[in-house]
Ligand binder design. Structure first.
Ligand code: ATP
Ligand code: MG
Length: 258
């Protein structure tokens, strides 16, 4: 049997029937800002009056507990061992990082990962949500397949930095979505430029690479996010940048997908 998943629509179960729309934030490439975008877009959508959940699907390297200050929050159980998502900043959220001790590595094989992810989706009392945002790990592997087989993803939000070394992996992620017939919500260019105190822009990782790729692949371009110290700092503090969203960066993108 070939280990390669055959192209075409996959068999989908809907483990989150109370959710209207699911967006998956992914990239293929590591460290380009997927989790930061997922968290801040979730906040921006919530500020537009939507009810929003955020599921951290990164089993090996969960970031949402740090980005949302939920690392020490306790996850309650209701009914027959159903998990109650953590409420923070107006979002409902859960991560494997809320269930295993911090600094404990999850050294799990595929079936364990699959089980944990389906539990985080279908074993959670999400309640009625307008949007559930999935923060995907890097790559195009088991986690992605499980997520996309367990919920109908209404749109993939692709995050890339401008340089070719990132775009090469991002194209693979887009190809995976296309093979699995996941619709593309659009591409976001993160760390697009750095603006100095005098207003001069420096394109540290090249200029417009993700936008050109989105045009070449006929995928909507959702916008660019500059490299901002305030975004890094908000991640360090665990208070999302989009709560204040100076410049309306995330609000603009949220309005395009919402
Ligand atoms: N636009 C930005 N400006 C400044 N810092 C940013 C920006 N986007 C992301 N960062 C920072 O870059 C680092 C990596 O971001 P993040 O964890 O969101 O990436 P990721 O793609 O989810 O990584 P991984 O592949 O490990 O899941 C974090 O420290 C984050 O605060
Ligand atoms: Mg991440």
């Amino acid at each position: 049997m070939s280990p390669q998943v055959p192209p075409g629509p996959i068999q989908i179960r809907n483990l989150v029937p109370t959710v209207k729309k699911v967006f998956a934030v992914g990239s293929g490439k590591g460290g380009v800002g997927k989790s930061s975008v997922a968290v801040n877009l979730a906040i921006a959508l919530q500020k537009l009056g939507k009810t929003v959940g955020l599921l951290d699907a990164d089993i090996y390297g969960p970031s949402c507990p740090q980005l949302l200050s939920t690392a020490n929050a306790e996850v309650r159980l209701v009914g027959e061992n159903r998990l109650v998502p953590i409420e923070c900043f107006g979002l409902k959220t859960i991560s494997i990082g809320n269930l295993v001790p911090p600094d404990r590595a999850t050294i799990w094989r595929g079936p364990m990962v699959h089980q944990a992810l389906t539990q985080l989706l279908g074993g959670v009392e999400w309640g009625k949500l307008d949007y559930l945002i999935l923060d995907l790990p890097p790559g195009t592997g088991d986690v992605h397949l499980t997520m996309m087989q367990s919920v109908k993803v209404d749109g993939a939000i692709v995050v890339s930095t401008p340089q070719e070394v990132a775009l090469a992996d991002v194209r693979k992620f887009i190809d995976m979505c296309r093979q699995l017939t996941i619709p593309m919500a659009g591409v976001i260019e993160n760390m697009a430029y750095f603006e100095c105190a005098h207003g001069e822009r420096y394109h540290l990782f090249g200029q417009g690479g993700a936008k050109r790729m989105s045009e070449a692949l006929t995928i909507p371009f959702l916008g660019e996010i500059p490299l901002l110290e305030a975004i890094t700092q908000s991640g360090e503090k665990g208070t999302p940048y989009a709560i204040e969203d100076r410049g309306g960066i995330f609000e603009t993108i949220a309005k395009r997908i919402g």
